[in-house]
Design a protein around this ligand. Structure first.
Ligand code: PLP
Length: 248
């Protein structure tokens, strides 16, 4: 199937899942996960109606942005963000899904202040408790949201998670339920300046489940572009870097 046909199928599935969850199809935002996909295929997807490009790696994203910046699309950064890449992410990103530690918040704030602007962000939570995935622990998530909200340069718009990779639907749902619960607790607390607008959860294998569990932003790659050649381990390193361990 062509990218256009895949995209239409995904949108149809999203619409069905939305209705099942008591939402309107247009309430669910589709982010195309475009890692490893070349610029011409991304362009094709954008022109076929994919409005948001989600990239994982700064260098890859910047190269693609140079080629595609005139296309009518938003750019989201969905990968692990190293503190020393903050300056670069701000060159192209409209939203960052992967804010997961205070040191990163501080660095983003510093740079945004210099540039005299703000950035829309989501806080990434590790709901699967997998060492290989980034994100703050569920227990610490609310506290990070509170702290982030103190910075005028950062607009907190919700939460992001990657569900557990398993065929066991119960375990996948557990991750999504955990994120929804944190979301609801934050709303209940009513943190000043925080707008819990988006729950970014669900990928090609589990987006229908995610929508049933409350997702209104899904990140989909394979179902639109086909299988990737590069192993995902390259994008989600199982070993955290020394810089990460040092909390930089
Ligand atoms: C690759 C990726 C996705 C999409 O994965 P697919 O299984 O190809 O749909 C979603 N979110 C993140 C953070 C990713 O890196």
């Amino acid at each position: 199937m062509s990218i256009k046909e895949n995209l239409e199928q995904v949108k149809q599935n999203i619409a069905n899942a939305a209705v099942k969850a008591g939402k309107r199809p247009e309430d669910i935002v589709l982010v195309m996960a475009t890692k490893t996909v070349d610029t011409e295929r991304i362009r094709e997807a954008v022109r076929a109606g994919g409005r948001i490009i989600g990239e994982n790696k700064i260098q890859e994203a910047m190269k693609k942005y140079e080629v595609l910046k005139d296309e009518d699309a938003e750019w989201h950064f969905i990968g692990h963000l190293q503190t020393n890449k903050v300056k670069d992410v701000l060159k192209f990103a409209d939203m960052i899904h992967s804010v997961d530690r205070l040191s990163l918040v501080e660095k983003l704030d510093q740079r945004l202040q210099q540039e005299g602007r703000s950035m829309d962000i989501l806080v990434q939570v590790n709901t699967s408790h997998e060492e290989s995935k980034y994100g703050i622990s569920p227990e610490e998530a609310i506290s990070l949201v509170r702290q982030t909200a103190k910075y005028d340069t950062l607009k907190v718009y919700g939460l992001m998670t990657i569900g557990l990779f398993t065929k066991d639907e119960v375990k996948i749902r557990k991750c999504f339920k955990a994120l929804k619960e944190i979301n609801d607790n934050i709303i209940k607390e009513g943190i000043d300046k925080v707008q819990m607008k988006y729950l970014s959860m669900g990928m090609s294998g589990d987006y229908q489940i995610a929508i049933e569990e409350g997702a209104n932003m899904v990140r989909i790659g394979t179902a639109i572009f086909g299988a990737r050649n590069t192993p995902d381990a390259y994008y989600w390193p199982s070993e955290k870097t020394d810089a990460d361990r040092a909390g930089q």
